[in-house]
Design a protein. Structure first.
Lengths: 760, 273
């Protein structure tokens, strides 16, 4: 402090200095913190996907000692019903487990000999000893009470059942020993096995509900068709099941063969016979059950192997039949003695004795398994997929709480090929909605990652050469006066909102390109070729003529020729098309169309919104970025180096190629990488122009679905905290990681190049 | 030497030897005016530079020394909006002959810059750069040229074991000698040097001066310098410029001992500049 005053630094300078350095530190740290917070937020949404299913016992209730055949339960698990051959017993969980019962009606006192229950349609089918069948609809409804608990209005579950009159199925009054029924909106199907004098018959009846003039469905059922399928069957029938769309009947026999009957053009008929465990050592079928949606049937044998058969078209022109699609389920010793399916997803619960497993069909995984201390006789999963009801051998009802919020999430569903229902082969597919509630969710990340890379690839294919060449030309050849026009122009181009580029691409470019592919091909080929030829020719001109033109202004001569070439090539397109790209249509006429040629002669798909459009549009968005950065780094190559090269007698191009580009290569590389980073995450353009189908083809005339596009379209509609919602965040995480990897690798390579070519 | 460019030049110089205007004069500058845009920086310069001699340009800063030097190999073409009157001929051929290719001119007239500017490449690649761009691919020719030029620039012993290393690892003086080696590797006739020692310490400067002296045997050298001692040590003839005009041009000894012009005398005695 004893320094003379003129050497002292003013307080203000010191203050500003320390303030700025702190300000910058805080700023930098908060950027890092923000990125980390985003990562943490995404992670928080994704991590629950890894959670396993949790099951915990809630209560145990004694049931009357009756022979329970089936268990039913309402959506809210308040009023489970236990179906015997005579009646339905109800346990009111809302009212101290009070037990009540309702009897089925009989016909002429003939005892009921077969009973079946379909949980999805809440339909009971009864068959009696005289060959008569009857349907009983169970109905649960909620009645709101005037009482409130925790701010929620209390409600009471009301159970009703309505039995339809008996219908004579077997003319010979044979006893019904097995029965199944199901219904769609308009039809009901009842299938029954009858037995008389040790002779089995398989009888099927389809019923139509009559609809009156006002569209009201009446309660009366009329017989539509009565069929006898006995002739198709060999062996004794063990079980009948009917799909929930009432369009397919499956039976299996003691010969371990499965017979499938399906509706075709409104008529049900024999479709297929197969032996599920044909290739296994143990061929004996132990169980056969539909999964939710009735597209997949799960078989088990006594050794405990599980196989899934789905219905699909093996090839385009064949009818839909069952084929083996799922083979890697976990075993359960003894097979599935008790089976129940979820009505929400593709989960199913299988048990044998005390062993119980909750499996998921899509991922073929076990979500929960346990060995209980009682023998399980019946099981049911509640409609909301939040309770499991188990009835043990002592007629005790065990209610378990099930918490499995994301059953379909697994590494396999995200990253492996999955044989989805209805597909002829295992595939990587994304389809989160699938049209109906029953459709299997297809959540593969692969087509999205692929689509992202494909879009990026085509964009870079288009953008990198143009941007880099333009940058080289501008920085090395163009006179300064032109540079000052080109560079701001490029920056204007960079500031174009991508939604505008996307819309122009989708609405104008896409339809135009579709009609003009050959022209575009010709232009793409002929313009660089013409430029190359002109460049070569120019260098052979005598210096006298060459030096007439200011260096860098040669384009004044070239541009008109290039424009001419472009126009000619564009107009030659249709000629090229008529020479090479014609197809013959069904009437034998020749049709000149590239897009039809592409799809019909080569067998690739042609869609209007395709990778080429995305490449053009996204390339257009990326070009100015790459151009600006590359141009800067090229211009920043020290003049002393170019002078040295020129003074040694190098031409401008030699100087550019041998000195400028290597020296600027680190900058050019980061320009490409920043462009790449932009293309990977670009959303609006792909949203407009990518089509959005998650295909895994490099085909340039086909669309794609990118991670960002997927996120943008589906996140607003996804139920919060649901599997789709979390899966979308998982996609976001992948995108994050993808850009992170690209940037890190790019930075490492860039450092490497920079060390190699760093200048003094 | 099999380099066809060099052969060509040899033939060309032979042909033009005959009609050279003045005995022994290689570079001939006649009534030369030069303009950067509207600004004239050289005024009616006339001088002859004899072959295999060292000529130094001296003068106060901004007087146009570098400008004139850079016009001998037309490096000023790179500046926008320049023009000139008068002519510069080398061996009788005009630098501004419309049939002349600038590239061949520059191969004939090498240049060393004030600040050493090696390429960010290996020492070897730096030296052979001129040959490579001339299309020489023969490995033995290149190797031979590297050794010859590095020996000629007294660098061989120092770098012969690290030819593949980056040239940027050399010291400032070594870099400048490398640039000289690079300039002579492709066999020019004339070497232009613009203050080649200004960034070097006295020892390195001395080395370069020795080198320049050695090069005189084979090359014609024009050197711009701010050091009067250097000019008197290395050059045969000296030209003094002042505000774009050539004030005096004569043998070095004479210019420094008995300058004809008052301005020259003031300058060399340190009274201005
Ligand atoms: N690229 C240019 N554009 C415009 N004017 C220039 C340019 N280069 C040089 N000049 C001007 O021309 C004049 C001569 O410059 P020149 O570089 O030839 O001087 P010099 O004698 O080499 O000086 P020094 O000894 O400082 O290097 C100066 O007035 C300078 O400002
Ligand atoms: Mg100078």
């Amino acid at each position: 402090m004893d320094q003379p005053e003129k050497y002292q630094i003013s307080k203000w300078t010191l203050f500003v200095d320390s303030f700025m350095s702190k300000f910058i530190t805080v700023g930098g740290l908060s950027v890092i913190a923000a990125v980390l917070l985003i990562l943490i937020f995404i992670g928080k949404e994704v991590i629950p996907l890894l959670e396993e299913a949790k099951v915990s016992p809630l209560e145990t209730i004694d049931l009357p000692k009756v022979d329970i055949e089936h268990v039913a339960v309402d959506e809210w698990t308040t009023l489970p019903a236990f179906i015997t051959k005579n009646s339905v017993y109800l346990v009111n969980l809302q009212k101290n487990n009070e037990i009540s019962s309702k009897q089925f009606e009989l016909e002429n006192n003939s005892p009921i000999t077969a009973v079946n229950y379909d949980q999805e349609r809440q339909l009971v089918a009864l068959g009696n000893s005289k060959g008569h069948v009857s349907l009983v609809e169970l109905n649960y409804s909620q009645e709101f009470l005037d009482k409130y608990e925790n701010g929620r209005q209390k409600s009471k579950t009301i159970f009703t059942m309505s039995q339809k009159p008996y219908l004579a199925l077997a003319e010979d009054e044979a006893k019904v020993i097995k029965i199944a029924a199901n219904q769609s909106e308009s039809t009901k199907i009842v299938a029954a096995v009858t037995e008389k004098n040790n002779q089995q018959q398989l009888l099927v009846v389809t019923l139509k509900q009559s609809v009156d003039l006002f569209g009201n469905v009446s309660d009366d059922l009329t017989v539509d068709e009565k069929l006898n399928f006995t002739e198709y069957i060999t062996g004794k029938i063990q079980k009948i099941i009917i799909s929930s769309q009432a369009d397919s009947i499956l039976v299996y026999t003691d010969k371990n063969e499965v017979f499938s009957f399906r509706t075709k053009n409104g008529k049900i008929g024999f479709s297929q016979k197969f032996e599920p465990f044909k290739d296994e050592a143990d061929k004996e079928i132990a169980s056969m059950n539909y999964l939710f949606g009735s597209s997949t049937v799960i078989f088990s044998n006594k050794t405990g192997r599980f196989l899934g058969f789905s219905i699909y078209k093996p090839s385009e022109d064949m009818p839909r039949v069952f084929g083996l699609t799922k083979t890697t389920f976990d075993d359960l010793d003894g097979g599935a003695e008790v089976f129940s399916r979820s009505l929400r997803n593709k989960s199913f619960l299988v048990s044998n004795g005390k062993r119980i497993k909750l499996m998921y069909s899509t991922s073929e995984s076990v979500n929960w398994e346990d060995t209980l201390d009682y023998d399980i006789k019946h099981s049911i999963i509640s409609g909301k997929y939040d309770r499991i009801l188990l009835v043990d051998d002592k007629n005790k009802l065990n209610i378990l709480k099930l918490s499995d919020p994301h059953p379909e999430a697994s590494v396999k569903t995200y990253f492996s090929k999955v044989w989805y229902e209805g597909q002829p082969e295992p595939k990587y597919l994304w389809s989160s909605t699938g049209g109906t509630e029953e459709a299997e969710k297809q959540l593969s990340m692969m087509p999205l990652i692929f689509g992202t890379l494909k879009a990026t690839f085509y964009a870079m294919l288009f953008a990198v050469p143009i941007a880099i060449l333009a940058a080289i030309y501008t920085s090395q050849f163009l006179p300064d006066s032109w540079k000052t026009i080109i560079k701001p122009l490029m920056e204007v181009m960079a500031s174009l909102p991508s939604v505008i580029i996307g819309f122009l691409a989708a609405l104008i470019l896409a339809p135009m390109v579709e009609a003009k592919v050959p022209s575009i091909i010709l232009v793409i080929v002929s313009v660089p070729l013409a430029a190359f030829i002109m460049g070569s020719a120019w260098s052979y001109l005598p210096p006298k003529i060459r030096y007439k033109c200011t260096e860098g202004m040669e384009f004044v001569f070239f541009a008109p020729i290039l424009i001419l070439v472009t126009v000619v090539a564009w107009n030659m397109g249709p000629v090229l098309e008529s020479w090479f790209f014609t197809v013959v249509d069904s009437q034998g006429r020749e049709i000149i169309s590239f897009s039809r040629w592409w799809s019909e002669s080569l067998g690739y798909e042609y869609t209007q919104k395709n990778a080429m459009i995305v490449g053009f549009a996204m390339g257009f968005a990326v070009i100015p970025i790459i151009f600006t950065i590359a141009e800067d780094s090229l211009s920043n190559v020290p003049k002393s180096l170019t002078s040295a090269s020129l003074a040694l007698g190098a031409s401008r191009w030699q100087t550019t190629w041998r000195v400028v580009i290597p020296t600027a290569s680190a900058g050019i590389f980061s320009a490409c990488m920043i462009g790449l980073g932009r293309a990977v995450g670009e959303t609006m353009i792909v949203l407009c122009a990518a089509g959005g189908t998650g295909l895994m083809e490099m085909n340039i005339f086909n669309g794609m679905r990118t991670l960002s596009l997927n996120l943008a379209t589906e996140l607003p509609e996804a139920a919060k905290q649901g599997t789709l919602y979390r899966t979308l965040f998982f996609g976001a995480l992948i995108l994050f990681v993808l850009t992170f990897i690209i940037n890190t690798v790019a930075e490492i390579i860039r450092q490497h190049i920079r060390n190699k070519y760093k200048t003094v | 030497m099999t380099d066809k460019a060099i052969l060509e030049e040899k033939i060309m110089s032979k042909a033009s030897d005959n009609d050279s205007p003045q005995e022994n004069s290689l570079i001939n500058i006649q009534n030369y005016d030069f303009f950067y845009g509207d600004k004239q920086v050289l005024f009616d310069v006339n001088m002859d530079i004899p072959a295999k001699q060292i000529v130094s340009f001296i003068g106060p800063s901004g007087c146009g020394k570098s400008t004139l030097l850079r016009n001998i190999n037309r490096m000023n073409d790179l500046v926008d909006g320049v023009h000139h009157n008068g002519d510069i001929t080398i061996n009788g051929q005009s630098n501004y002959d419309p049939h002349l290719d600038v590239i061949s001119l520059r191969r004939r007239v090498g240049m060393v810059f004030q600040k050493s500017n090696p390429f960010p490449k290996s020492i070897y690649e730096n030296v052979v750069y001129g040959l490579r761009i001339a299309g020489v691919k023969n490995r033995s020719v290149l190797d031979e040229a590297v050794e010859r030029s590095l020996r000629a620039s007294f660098l061989w012993e120092e770098v012969k074991d690290r030819l593949k290393d980056s040239a940027l690892g050399l010291s400032g003086g070594q870099m400048q000698r490398l640039c000289i080696a690079r300039a002579i590797a492709s066999g020019p006739e004339i070497i232009l040097m613009d203050e080649p020692c200004s960034a070097l310490d006295p020892i390195a400067t001395l080395k370069i001066e020795e080198l320049i002296h050695e090069l005189k045997k084979n090359y014609t050298i024009v050197i711009v310098t701010h050091s009067m001692q250097q000019a008197s040590r290395v050059s045969d003839k000296t030209a003094f410029f002042y505000l774009g005009e050539l004030i005096e041009y004569s043998d070095t000894d004479q210019l420094f001992s008995t300058p004809k012009e008052k301005k020259t005398e003031d300058y060399i005695s340190g009274r201005f500049g």
